[in-house]
Design a protein around this ligand. Structure first.
Ligand SMILES: Nc1nc2c(c(=O)[nH]1)N(C=O)[C@@H](CNc1ccc(C(=O)N[C@@H](CCC(=O)O)C(=O)O)cc1)CN2
Ligand SMILES: Nc1ncnc2c1ncn2[C@@H]1O[C@H](COP(=O)(O)OP(=O)(O)OP(=O)(O)O)[C@@H](O)[C@H]1O
Length: 192
């Protein structure tokens, strides 16, 4: 497939996958939440307490805020992504459950203030994902740039729903494979 075709195909997939996700019922979302929190707890039980980047859910993305609030109570430093400009990596601003929030670009809530940190672990929302661990986001390239800019790379954990699985997203040179993908059905581990 040419790059142009890949771009058009991805755009079509995104629209379809977001539509399906937004049609999930409340019980389906609650089941997602229960199963994923359990899987996340198992993964985190093997990690030293450190720094965690997450996301404030939009467009029916899987909601991990309760899990992250628990991590914060356990001593993790938790942070939310802030867009600098359209073509730069995301930066992460410290967040606690008490942080005053304001609306950033696309009306996504961000902490009003807070130190900038480089998280050791990143929870990343998936619009789609494939059998090799590649992800589809909203098409901004923000997470790809963020992962490409970090050395050593943070542990990257994608959160999605099983119905967002695609055989292949037709990865391009800039696409970066995630370490772990978690859905309501369990965990896929792509680390060697
Ligand atoms: N919850 C959450 N927060 C996040 C992200 C995310 O994926 N989820 N991001 C992860 O990157 C950043 C925001 N990225 C975004 C990128 C594009 C669009 C968006 O609406 N894009 C337009 C198309 C724009 C264009 O083509 O130029 C659209 O989809 O209509 C929204 C957010 C930072 N915060
Ligand atoms: N490291 C990078 N340096 C420069 N450009 C990049 C980099 N990573 C991605 N891009 C550009 O950003 C765009 C991202 O498109 P892609 O379809 O991969 O987005 P996405 O993975 O869905 O988005 P996101 O990562 O924001 O969720 C592409 O046009 C790509 O060329």
């Amino acid at each position: 497939m040419t790059l142009e075709l890949v771009k058009a195909w991805r755009q079509q997939q995104r629209e379809q996958l977001i539509r399906v996700r937004q049609q999930l019922s409340l019980p389906q979302r609650q089941a997602w939440q229960r199963n994923c929190h359990k899987t996340l707890s198992d993964v985190f039980a093997g990690l030293p307490v450190s720094t965690l980047g997450f996301y404030w859910p939009i467009r029916a993305e899987p909601d991990c805020r309760d899990f992250v609030a628990k991590c914060s109570e356990l001593g993790w430093k938790t942070a939310l992504p802030v867009i600098q400009t359209a073509h730069q990596a995301l930066i992460f601003r410290l967040w606690t459950p008490d942080s005053p929030m304001e609306n950033g670009p696309w009306d996504i809530p961000i902490p009003k203030s807070g130190d900038i940190i480089e998280p050791d672990v990143l929870l990343i929302p998936l619009v789609g994902f494939d059998a090799a661990g590649y992800r589809l986001g909203y098409g901004g390239g923000f997470y790809d740039r963020t992962l490409a800019s970090r050395q050593p790379k943070p542990l990257s954990i994608g959160l999605g729903i099983e119905s967002s699985f695609l055989d292949s997203i037709h990865p391009q040179p800039h696409d970066i494979r995630l370490d772990i993908i978690i859905t309501e059905a369990g965990l896929r581990d792509f680390r060697q």
